[in-house]
Design a protein around this ligand. Structure first.
Ligand code: HEM
Length: 428
């Protein structure tokens, strides 16, 4: 077995976390070029870590060797959300997944459809009304928040605007704690982001527990009746499901979709996607291939192992980088180009080689729900609007953390299709 290219440096001084979190895509690109290979080592979170940027490596990590590379129970996610399926392993994780998956599939998923349709209609019907360009990332994040709070907590913006606003605000405070240093310091006139986040979490937990006790309808009702390992499990998972992370990920994909299909030059693509659901599916695959919302996922080697033929010692971290995996030229020809047709040609039937929603036994349990939601939003946009960048020239350079999106929020003008047709003119 070969030695991993690169080096993991010495403890603390050799740590590359700052460089990685500042720009993970450049970090990986530089090293892939330097080592002429898509699997290498460096030091992340002060742990020697193998970076996996190839499809083959990702498949090994997440599928074939998933019992050797485990979730990290000390991950910051545990600090913020408590013990949830995200950071557990083994039989406990299997049982939790089994229970929770039922909430996101089958009849539960079916019963979400009407609400999804009504939220889309309500949030998207006025996109062109003010004739002002819209900041699409914010608009889609609000849409995502309405979706998760309505579906998972039975709190709808229209029916309970104050409670809705309060929960949204608390989720934002809680989220900012997740990305601030975990130092619980509170002195008069000043409190660290982390301690504010813990206060927000406590308030959110009160609201959630009240819901679980008193609301027997919908998702909360079903979650409350599931067999879960302990009495706080349902509330901790609800906290996770309503976290700001999910609306952000939804907004990331919808922003990338809107940008990829904007302007007169993409009119034909929009019309085709509207008329042909299979083609829309290929467009959406290509959007998530090029702009996966999350940069990837981390594991710890439980024993000595290997990835792509390289020795990985016990205790090493392992991280798959979805952006790089999705641009592996061995699998995706012209990897940087937006080519929806690839999914009916050379890459037909290879959706499982993407990892925007993870892959293997620990893949995302909300991916089916997300798929239904994204289809509904994209179809609504395609059926009702033409759209273009406004102003036409904007800096669309992406940042990749916490979710992928242009660093400068892009603005878009929407024109209703019925209006375009009756006026006979395009504003785009
Ligand atoms: C655009 C939307 C979403 C994206 C891009 C996304 C992405 C992901 C990814 C990449 C993973 C795997 C992480 C890893 O390998 O370490 C994951 C896991 C997970 N996702 Fe999602 N997700 C989305 C929406 C949702 C929704 C709507 C829910 C539920 C409300 C959800 C719940 C989960 C859970 C519980 C896990 C952990 C599964 C486990 O560890 O066994 N996700 N997601």
């Amino acid at each position: 077995m070969s030695k991993l290219p690169g080096n993991a440096g010495v403890a603390v001084l050799g740590d590359k976390s700052l460089e990685f979190y500042r720009d993970p895509v450049s970090f990986c690109r530089q090293r892939v070029d330097k080592h002429r290979g898509r699997v290498f080592q460096s030091r992340l979170l002060n742990r020697p870590t193998v970076f996996v940027c190839s499809v083959r490596g990702m498949r090994e990590l997440l599928w074939e060797k998933s019992n050797m590379f485990l979730k990290d129970p000390t991950d910051l996610m545990t600090n913020m959300y408590g013990d949830t399926v995200v950071t557990t392993n083994g039989e406990e994780a299997c049982l939790l997944r089994l229970s929770l998956t039922s909430l996101f599939t089958g009849s539960c998923l079916e019963s979400s459809r009407d609400y999804i349709t009504s939220v889309c209609e309500r949030c998207l019907k006025d996109l062109s009304l003010s004739r002002q360009p819209k900041c699409i990332y914010s608009a889609f994040k609000s849409l995502g928040t309405e979706l998760v709070l309505g579906l998972f907590l039975n709190v709808q913006a229209e029916e309970q605007p104050e409670l809705f606003q309060e929960i949204t605000h608390l989720c934002t405070l809680h989220w900012h704690g997740l990305i601030s240093a975990p130092v619980n310091v509170k002195v008069p006139m000043w409190s660290s982001g982390f301690s504010t986040a813990l206060e927000a979490r406590a308030k959110l937990m009160d609201i959630i527990k009240d819901k679980l006790e008193n609301d027997k309808q919908g998702f909360v009702g079903t979650l409350g009746s599931l067999p879960l390992p302990n009495s706080s499990s349902a509330s901790q998972h609800l906290l996770l499901f309503i976290s700001a992370l999910i609306p952000k990920a939804l907004a990331s994909l919808l922003t990338s979709f809107t940008l990829a299909l904007s302007g007169n030059e993409q009119e034909e693509t929009r019309r085709r996607a509207m008329a042909d659901p299979d083609y829309l599916q290929r467009v959406q695959l290509e959007v998530q291939r090029l702009w996966p919302p999350f940069i990837g996922g981390r594991r710890i080697a439980e024993q000595d192992s290997s990835i792509a033929g390289f020795h990985v010692p016990k205790g090493y971290g392992a991280i798959y980088i979805s952006h790089s995996v999705h641009r592996d030229p061995e699998v995706f020809e012209q990897p940087d180009n937006f080519l929806p047709e690839r999914w009916s040609g050379r890459n037909a039937g290879q959706e499982h080689l993407l990892c925007s929603f993870g892959s293997g036994p620990r893949s995302c349990i909300g991916s089916k729900l997300t798929e239904v939601f994204l289809k509904e939003v994209c179809m609504y946009l395609l059926k009702h609007y033409d759209w273009c960048l406004d102003p036409p020239s904007q800096d669309l350079e992406y940042k990749w953390l916490p979710v992928s999106r242009p660093a400068n929020p892009p603005t878009i003008s929407f024109t209703r299709l019925d209006q375009t047709r009756s006026d006979g003119n395009h504003t785009c």
